[in-house]
Structure formats: structure tokens, C-alpha cells
Design a protein around this ligand. Structure first.
Ligand code: GRF
Length: 187
């Protein structure tokens, strides 16, 4: 199997990055992580790139030129697949057009419900009985591309934002690799 040369974009803790790194080391998992891009120099997730000797690039999104900087790095590592794993910055439509390959994202709600930020507080405020996570293709509309995989759990009366986050992340660590397998394993 030819593995996809993959770049993971992060901004924070990197638990999804860590999980994908460990999956990618399985011989039949369809991606090789060639590069990590991070827009936050204090992000904990960078430690995983360091620990597993994966090249990483910290970018400053205030730099007018930052998308070109990303492009050059993607070209250098022959990246043909991008996973957004907690990347807290909108990808421009220009970027999507120029990259021309697949970009996917993981979102902590059952899309199309609760696009955007602060999902857990909105889920609670709305008295939802269930929530979960969604892996989807990235297009030029926020959290709106075609859905690849979803995982659901039921909310109980003792749940709060923290517990929802923990339960959602546990499911994310299943949903993201599953989505990637679904996309590529039999291609
Ligand atoms: C995840 O909950 C993801 O759904 C959201 O950002 C969070 C990233 O977590 N987009 P981590 O950095 O992978 O731990």
C-alpha cells in the first residue's frame, strides 16, 4: 500500500495528533505523517512531533505571507493529504483551491449541529440528549463539507462542559483513524 504523505495541522494539546502518530506506525494504516504545522508556539502538541522526530513548522498567522510559507513546506515534504486536528484557524478558500488535494477536519459536535466554537456550552444550553464528534471534508464554508464519520454518545444529567469534552475526545480518537481507513484503505 502506498501511504499518503500527510501533514497534521494543530493549535493545542495534540491528543488527536498523538493518536494519529501511533496509528500511522501500523504497517497497514494508510498515512505517513511527514509534517506537523502549528500556529501556536506554546502548543503542547508540538512535543509529540519532537518526541517522534516528525518535522514541524510553527507559523505566525499574523504574517501576511503565512499561507505561502505553509505551501512551500507542504511541497518540500510532498504532502498530498491534510488533517486538521484542533487547528484553530480558518483555512482560506484560496488555500483550498491551491492545494487541490484532500483536507479533512475533526469537529467536536454532531454536524451539521453546532458548527464553530464553544460547542459544549451550546450543546448543554440547548438541552441536547446526545452529542459526539464528526470527521468531514473541508470546503470553503465553516464545518460544512461532506461528512465522513460520526460518533455519538448520550448526555446524562451530571454532564458538564468538562465531561462532555473528555467523552467527545475519547470518541475522536476512534473516529479520526476510522475515517482515514474508510477513505483510503481500499483505494
Ligand atoms: C478537538 O476536540 C477537536 O474536535 C477540535 O479541537 C480539539 C483538539 O484537541 N477541533 P487536541 O489538540 O487534538 O487534543
Amino acid at each position: 500500500m502506498v501511504k499518503k504523505n500527510t501533514c497534521i495541522f494543530i493549535s493545542g494539546n495534540g491528543s488527536n495528533l498523538k493518536n494519529l502518530i501511533s496509528k500511522s506506525r501500523e504497517y497497514n494504516f494508510p498515512i505517513n505523517i511527514k509534517l506537523v504545522i502549528c500556529n501556536n508556539k506554546t502548543a503542547r502538541g508540538i512535543l509529540y512531533a519532537k518526541k517522534y522526530s516528525i518535522p514541524y513548522l510553527i507559523i505566525n498567522t499574523n504574517d501576511r505571507n503565512y499561507e505561502n510559507i505553509i505551501f512551500n513546506a507542504l511541497r518540500k515534504y510532498k504532502v498530498n493529504f491534510i488533517c486538521l486536528a484542533g487547528y484553530m484557524r480558518i483555512i482560506s478558500s484560496n488555500f483550498i483551491k491551491k492545494f487541490r488535494k484532500i483536507i479533512i477536519n475533526i469537529h467536536p459536535s454532531l454536524l451539521p449541529k453546532f458548527k464553530g466554537l464553544n460547542t459544549f456550552s451550546r450543546v448543554l444550553k440547548n438541552n441536547e440528549c446526545k452529542t459526539g464528534c464528526t470527521v468531514h471534508y473541508v470546503n470553503d464554508q465553516l464545518d460544512s463539507g461532506k461528512i465522513i464519520n460520526k460518533k455519538i454518545f448520550f448526555i446524562n444529567k451530571n454532564d458538564n462542559e468538562n465531561s462532555l469534552k473528555k467523552k467527545t475526545q475519547r470518541l475522536e480518537h476512534l473516529a479520526f483513524p476510522e475515517a482515514i481507513i474508510k477513505m483510503f484503505r481500499y483505494n
